[in-house]
Design a protein around this ligand. Structure first.
Ligand code: FAD
Length: 565
């Protein structure tokens, strides 16, 4: 019923919450206006940053995707996986496959990752804040600013209650109740989905901005940053972007020495745009005939993705769909979460989105070696005929905290719309593999507690759980015969992503501690590409907080502390 009401309002052009409708199509751009700030990427960090800076300064936001409002794939929790499965050019989610063979996704929509993610909201570990050198008081104020606007208390689904109780029985204690704080033990966190399953995104935070100073363009794909060397010092002066019709425009900063271009294009987008603009390893840029503006061997280096491995539990009856609501923060360097019920509609059954998809059910007919993308597509078509019960169940999932394995990002061409090549080197570091094994053992323990036994199809021996998971798991990694007898091999062969990739523009290598790009004036990066690790159990809260935090810091630096009170 709630869904029908929300749909009704959507069709009428209304919806719940403080939504921001002050965006325009990129082709309406007027080149004569010059800006104090040009923000590349209207995503998780870009939106709160833009809203904050617009209080006192003119801000232009250039977002390559469309609006989240009126897009049912974005707005409704039920469509989480349908949105990821949409590979059309207009999709809010752009699929990519890392060179490791793991299917992944990056946002392409106003609101960024918050418009396609699983919604779980939590804060960073205090040690992350200390290590970043952030001011604790302003960090707390900035989290609160976000939470008041878009974060909700979840109504726990049965699958999530079972995880809560199973974690406690497996020794992941104490129970910390509902909290945003990062505490050892088991907790329930916040969510950006409201009680009707309606998603509130970072784009909603734009409504807190000053409308007369805030200009947001959608379908504006930045091609490169424009520089000037007059006076002997390299400085950003504007950006080139393409509108929805493919016409090229130049947006310019005004003459103020403090005006800035700010990259908030995410962990894939920000290093990609720096490279396209000629900032990066000289030899790589030359290979693609990109004029070298500034040699920096570290751009795109140190990329990380937290590996995720799952245990699938087939269920007796259909289970309610749930995304992440409960988390176990273990002392073994692993976070345990859960999701359930992806086969609830015929739409979800026919779709494939790489992981956690409906075909990861009891029936997986593809031998591992044949799991090419084409074969998966053929399987998708065939499975429309399968009985609904084949898709019942849910997952336990584990994420390695702070992987020590590192990878890199390089351009494959000069096309800003294309994905760069990204390598994460999952489990290259032995400590990551050890933690994965610990996580799988813990998940099996939880799956075998009475809390899941009540929901599960039949008796779940460890071997059965590993078999069903390994058989059904979707990635493009070659399988080994011992993938269910060796937990190390299980981890390697069934690794997927939790989409918390980060790095590529590290502090001290690409940016300084204020996130200003080294060797260039008036250019800054504010997003997860600067993170040494993924904050908290799930990063979106801290990425939004960072946008607000940096906005307030920058206003204070220009105008004095009192202006932001
Ligand atoms: P983004 O939010 O991706 O912002 C970058 C923006 O820049 C995008 O809107 C993009 O379109 C735009 N852009 C890129 N290139 C250009 C260009 N050339 N020109 C113009 N614009 C450009 N985190 C959680 O905390 N909880 C969860 O439950 C959770 N689940 C997830 C599930 C999925 C499927 C995904 C993908 C992520 C999930 N995350 C979750 C992670 C979290 O959403 C991301 O870490 C975070 O949103 C990334 O923020 P960002 O600002 O770095 O990038």
């Amino acid at each position: 019923m709630a869904l029908r009401i929300a749909l009704f309002f959507l069709l009428l052009g209304f919806s719940s919450g403080e939504e921001f409708y002050g965006f325009r199509e990129a082709s309406t751009f007027l080149a004569a206006k010059k800006y104090d700030y040009i923000i590349i990427g209207g995503g998780t960090a870009g939106c709160p940053l833009a809203a904050t800076l617009s209080k006192n300064f003119s801000v232009l936001v250039l977002e390559r995707g469309g609006a989240p409002y009126g897009n049912v794939n974005v707005s409704f929790m039920q469509n989480f996986h349908i949105s990821l499965a949409d590979t059309s050019p207009a999709s809010a989610s752009q699929a990519f496959v890392s060179t490791d063979g793991v299917i992944n996704a990056r946002a392409r929509v106003l609101g960024g990752g918050t418009a396609i993610n699983a919604g779980f909201y939590t804060r960073a570990n205090p040690s992350f804040v200390t290590r970043a050198g952030w001011e604790e008081e302003l960090v707390n104020e900035s989290y609160l600013w976000v939470e008041k606007q878009i974060v909700h208390l979840p109504e726990l689904a049965k699958w999530q209650e079972a995880l809560r109780d199973g974690l406690l029985e497996a020794g992941v204690s104490p129970f910390n109740g509902f909290t945003y704080d990062h505490l050892y033990g088991t907790k329930v966190g916040g969510t950006i989905f409201d009680k009707d399953g309606y998603r509130h995104t970072a784009a909603d935070l734009l409504a807190a901005g000053n409308p007369s100073n805030l200009h947001v363009l959608v379908h504006a794909t930045v091609q490169r940053i424009v520089f000037d060397r007059r006076g002997g010092r390299l400085r950003a002066v504007g950006v080139n972007f393409k509108d929805e019709q493919g016409t090229l425009h130049k947006a310019s900063l005004n003459g103020n020495a403090k005006s800035e271009v700010i990259l908030s294009a995410g962990a894939i987008g920000s290093p990609q745009i720096l490279l396209l603009s000629g900032i990066g390893p000289k030899s790589d840029l030359k290979k693609l005939r990109i004029p070298v503006v500034l040699h920096n061997e570290f751009v795109g280096m140190g990329m990380s993705d937290n590996p995720m491995n799952t245990v699938f539990i087939p269920s007796k009856k259909p289970v309610e769909q749930s995304l992440i609501q409960t988390v176990g923060i273990t002392k073994g360097g692993v976070f345990i979460e859960a999701s359930s019920g992806f086969g609830q509609s015929s739409d979800s059954i026919k779709l494939h989105h790489g992981i956690l998809s409906a075909e990861i059910g009891q029936i997986s007919t593809l031998p591992p070696k044949q799991r090419t993308r084409e074969a998966i597509r053929a399987f998708m078509n065939g499975k429309k005929e399968l009985p609904r019960e084949a898709f019942q169940g849910g997952f336990l999932l584990e994420k390695i905290a702070g992987p020590l394995s590192r990878g890199h990002l390089t351009l494959v061409n000069r096309d800003a719309d294309a994905n760069p090549a990204v390598t994460f080197n999952y489990f290259k570091h032995p400590h990551d593999l050890r933690r994965c094994v610990y996580g799988v053992r813990t998940m099996i323990k939880i799956a075998r507690t009475k809390h899941y036994a009540d929901l599960a199809l039949d008796d779940v021996s460890a071997q059965k759980l590993l078999n069903v998971t390994a058989k059904a798991n979707v990635n493009l990694i070659p399988r080994h015969p011992n993938d269910t007898t060796s937990l190390e091999q299980f981890c390697r062969d069934t690794v997927i992503t939790i989409w918390h990739y980060h790095g590529g523009c590290h502090v001290g290598q690409v940016v300084d501690s204020s996130y200003l790009v080294l060797g260039v004036n008036r250019l800054r990066i504010v997003d997860g590409s600067t993170f040494p690790a993924s904050p908290g159990t799930n990063p979106q809260g801290t990425v939004m907080m960072m946008g607000r935090y940096m906005g307030v810091k920058m206003l204070r630096e220009r105008l004095g502390r009192e202006t932001t009170r």
